[in-house]
Design a protein around this ligand. Sequence first.
Ligand SMILES: [Zn+2]
Length: 175
Amino acid sequence: MIEQLNDLLNFVKTFCGDICSDVLKVMIKESSEFLDEELASEVNAGINEVRRALYDLQSLGIVTYHRERDEKDGKFIYYWYADIEHLNQLLLQRKRSVLKRLEERLKLEEENSFYICPHDEIRLSFDEALENDFKCPRCSASLEFIDNYDIKRRLKELILCLQEEVSNEERSFTR
Ligand SMILES: [Zn+2]
């Protein structure tokens, strides 16, 4: 789960920025409810930046809030928390798409043979190599056939491992 979480935090960082991932980290670690000003002081950022981050995270479906009316002035107070269930679903979705990419890559490796330039590691499929008269498009050296057995084996291992994770998690959601 730790590895998955880091994965998710990186994903959030890439798509919504550092403050989003910092805010989310705090929310997951404590797994309780937070006021926006509490989060701002935890991550050492301005209140408006933190609010923006919270709305970004909300639009990804990762955090949500409940609100209560302040008895003193009648304004709403927002209590934010991480939606762990949805977070797990999101991770599962990402795994499925990685799995799909790996399967496509394996198919490509299985349906093609490959050639490589011994000087600059350019790798071409048979069709590409044929188009270039089996010469490197960069330095014109003769291309050499390479066995992609190791690549295929590694891909198969990854695919099996991911398939197992995905089906375990699917089971845990339908329980
Ligand atoms: Zn070359």
